[in-house]
Design a binder for this molecule. Structure first.
Ligand SMILES: [Zn+2]
Length: 113
């Protein structure tokens, strides 16, 4: 079962919430580490499936590819079972950016907001 952040926070024990709030007041070092660890664990899990066709990746295969996307600190990882899936992903991304550019040309005010 996947919980949204609000649901997850609502299901946390009162004392844990007070500790969490205290940590956030002090800069959130423990909370940041907790979230970082959870992201790494999820990425490890996501890295086991092809981003495009969802087939299971063989960790020993030399036909797997992994892309790191996004800016430093907000990197996302996407793995692919073969060159075909990687190409599909890239061309899909290219098409989406082209469509976005077209929308920006039609509605130039969208650029700012
Ligand atoms: Zn694939």
């Amino acid at each position: 079962m996947k919980l949204m952040l609000k649901e997850a926070i609502n299901s946390v024990d009162y004392h844990e919430l007070v500790d969490l709030h205290e940590d956030l007041e002090k800069g959130g070092v423990a909370t940041k580490q907790l979230i970082k660890d959870a992201i790494l664990a999820k990425e490890k899990e996501l890295g086991k499936l092809c981003h495009v066709c969802q087939s299971e990746l063989d960790p020993n295969s030399t036909h797997n590819y992994t892309l790191l996307l996004g800016p430093e600190g907000l990197r996302r990882k996407a793995s692919f079972c073969a060159l075909d899936c990687l190409k599909y992903f890239l061309s899909d991304m290219e098409q989406r950016q082209e469509q976005l550019k077209k929308k920006l040309v039609i509605n130039p005010e969208m650029k700012d907001g």
